[in-house]
Design a protein around this ligand. Sequence first.
Ligand SMILES: Cc1cc2nc3c(=O)[nH]c(=O)nc-3n(C[C@H](O)[C@H](O)[C@H](O)COP(=O)(O)OP(=O)(O)OC[C@H]3O[C@@H](n4cnc5c(N)ncnc54)[C@H](O)[C@@H]3O)c2cc1C
Length: 467
Amino acid sequence: METTTPKRPIAVIGAGFSGVIAALHLRRLLPADQPVLLCECTDETRGGAEDGAGENLLNVRATNMSALAEEPNHFTDWLKRQSAGDLPGLHETSAGLFVTRALYARYLQALLDAAVADGARHRGLRPLTEQVTDIVETGRSGYALSLAGGRTIEVAGVVLAQDSLPPQEQPYELICANPWGERAAAPLSNDQPALIVGAGLAMVDVAMSLRRRGFRGKIVAVSRRGLLPTRHAPAADWDTPHFTLAEEQSLTQLMVRLRDEVFAASEQGVDWRGVIDSMRPVTAQLWGRLPPAERRRFLRHARRYWDTHRHRMAPPTADEVAAMLADGSLEVVAGRIHGFEVGPYSVRARYTPRGAAEATMLKVQRVFIASFLDRIDGTSDPLMQRMLQRGLIRMDAQGLGLQVTDALNVVRDDGSTDEHMWALGPIVRGVFWECVAVPDIRVQAGYAAVGVVARLREDAPKSGFIV
Ligand SMILES: Cc1cc2nc3c(=O)[nH]c(=O)nc-3n(C[C@H](O)[C@H](O)[C@H](O)COP(=O)(O)OP(=O)(O)OC[C@H]3O[C@@H](n4cnc5c(N)ncnc54)[C@H](O)[C@@H]3O)c2cc1C
């Protein structure tokens, strides 16, 4: 029997890759008249990390960037259907095809537009350009979302898809805790260096963006180990290793085994990249089985090495970085930053280069922080802060993100499972580790959507849900 009671929407918070794909899966699986709200505080759909204009290349080959796990060629087929003249942003390399962020964002937007148009009759999928500032439980197994504009919306469930949470901004204009924020966009002069804290893919993104904005001064990147990401290159496949129980329990044994696999692969002419890529199907399982103390050791000692080999630069990006290093316009320093003395027009960074006995001062015009938020509670995001304070969510054991169940249901501070709230994407990396790139997030998105559908079915007598 059909009900006339309007259905409360499912709210997806964040329209980055995770949120868009979760919304698309929900739209496919839910009845047409079940509304889905896609809440985004900016007016953009972002295709894989931000970089301002979107001209930087994605670091994953186009062949791995389909939004739909069950249709691996979905993105490359979409590319083929676009007219060639209309497609800036394609880069064919010996290691495969890479595209710009802007082009990928176009793809996501096209998928989203089609889903919105498809659901228009029932107002099935509704984008909402407003920041969600708070979430409060209602008595009807659901939530009330507070929006920045002052409105409140009752929803039947919430899917959290907010990565890249903003860090706490520093009280100084010249220090940009968010390298994509407003103060980072202020003009730079070419006669003083700029400092980037971090040496990973985010640093590369910031450096490339500074160049594209016309900055010709020197860029100094400082990180504890000074390790740059490696570059993509053609690599043959390698069989995923079967790890022993002892290896799964010990970081040292895992690392030894990985080194042995790389050695065995090279003896057969297979590049180390093939071995690293072969780990992908088992990384989440390995992470899940590592004892907490071993996970902490990984984060302290091995994470940077893993990240630099696992998350690699597209060859054209790696070439640009190499050219900048060669002409001295980019310098990457291993060292520890102790603090900043901030003046009206410049910043003096005090740091000790690795291996040196004494600290050095570096005078720069601006500092860009391009490193991870160490802990999610370090964010200035009001929604995350309020939910943490209210105990609606709990951080994972390492504080990297949110604690969720295997079914992606959020775990509350008291340890109970929230049956009406899910989280996906890099925000749950503390639980699954391997969930920061499209090939993994798209699987989670489908999984979360199935969970939402199952929940609404169970709630049907209360909510009038009919499939
Ligand atoms: C430098 C770099 C390069 C990368 N390159 C690749 C790549 O080539 N391929 C790949 O697969 N992955 C890549 N990744 C990883 C990938 O970009 C991210 O993991 C992925 O985009 C995360 O998507 P997301 O939707 O979870 O988060 P985001 O893209 O951060 O989206 C979250 C969205 O939520 C919104 N939001 C947050 N809070 C609220 C709120 N309270 N109310 C409303 N809206 C809110 C934000 O505005 C934002 O748009 C890269 C990452 C980095 C750092």
